[in-house]
Design a protein around this ligand. Structure first.
Ligand code: RUB
Length: 306
């Protein structure tokens, strides 16, 4: 796929989930470099920077996308040769993709240690990192059960229950408004993340904060599963995360409602750190309040303030 096609597929949700969009963006920027047929370093840099802008604009909330592109373009300003620059972008992108896929597996192994035999686990939307934890616990023979939310309007919960059913995990689907009702029998909630802010707030699929509130009320641990490239360096210097609002037609068709009715369709929300017990990353389980340290270690202060 050409870079614009990848960006459009991300925009239209054909490619979705913070990890998958990050890996697709890294691959797209690599192809953008490799397909350049000219001989001008400056021209190639411009082409890559244009690609970076297009990809990042395709889903504004997930920092994973921006971090993947930035990781792929790391060091290009220090290279003065087209061939070398292409090789650098290709090897950066490949390393990012490899690291990202390994991270999901490691998170599964670490997170599964937090799930005990016979527990009922609730999850929201469709997160590969959260599913990695759930499936690892299941494959370890822990005989867990899962409650999965539908996740309107895109109903990604259907992907989750199909995936779990295929792995023979006992799973129940509920509508999003049944979360508090279902929480009384749940032992632990695991969910993914699109972006983690320096103050430990987690941005994930709309409704995640409601699961966190209901879990808090019921004294149920609320665990986020996220690779370290989902932490946002920009939030260290005060930038707020833009919450994507998608087209109203995803909620209801215009002809179903009087024209005076307004529809809002925010697709992510922020869960404050006080409702999060822990964040499982590929470098270990951390408190949400350790987010700043992860950002500094992962990205370095020069990168943050450059
Ligand atoms: C998906 C979603 C997922 C995170 C993490 O939203 O909110 O929980 O992206 O996913 P959408 P993963 O369907 O709108 O992309 O763990 O797979 O990276």
């Amino acid at each position: 796929m050409e870079l614009e096609q990848v960006a459009n597929a991300i925009k239209s949700m054909e490619i979705r989930g913070a990890g998958r969009i990050a890996r697709s963006a890294a691959e797209a920027i690599k192809q953008q470099a490799l397909s350049y047929s000219g001989n001008e370093v400056e021209e190639l840099i411009e082409r890559l920077q244009e690609g970076e802008r297009i990809l990042i604009a395709s889903r504004p909330t997930a920092v994973s996308l921006e971090n993947a592109v930035r990781a792929s373009l790391k060091g290009i300003q220090e290279v003065n040769d087209v061939r070398e620059m292409k090789d650098l972008v290709a090897s950066n992108a490949d390393a990012f993709i490899r690291r990202s896929s390994n991270a999901v597996q490691i998170i599964g192994e670490i997170g599964a240690r937090r799930i005990r035999a016979g527990q009922k686990v609730m999850t929201h939307c469709n997160s590969s990192a959260a599913l990695s934890v759930i499936k690892t616990a299941h494959f370890q023979g822990k005989k867990i059960e899962v409650v999965a939310t539908e996740s309107r309007p895109w109903r990604q919960g259907l992907l989750t229950v199909r995936d779990l059913a295929a792995a023979n995990v006992p799973v129940t689907l509920i509508v999003d408004s049944a979360v508090r009702w279902a929480m009384k029998d749940v032992d632990v909630v695991v969910a993914g993340a699109d972006t983690i802010c320096s103050n430990g707030a987690v941005i994930n699929k709309i409704g995640t904060s409601q699961l966190a509130l209901a879990a808090h009320e019921a004294n149920v641990p609320f665990v986020i599963c996220a690779e370290t490239y989902k932490f946002s360096p920009r939030t260290v210097y005060g930038e707020l995360v833009e919450i994507e609002e998608r087209d109203p037609s995803e909620i209801a068709r215009a002809e179903e409602l009087p024209s005076s009715v307004k529809i809002r369709n925010p697709v992510f929300d922020a869960t404050p750190p006080e409702y999060i017990d822990s964040i499982v990353t590929e470098v270990g389980v951390i408190s949400p309040y350790a987010a700043y340290e992860v950002i500094v270690k992962e990205f370095g202060l020069e990168h943050i303030f450059e």
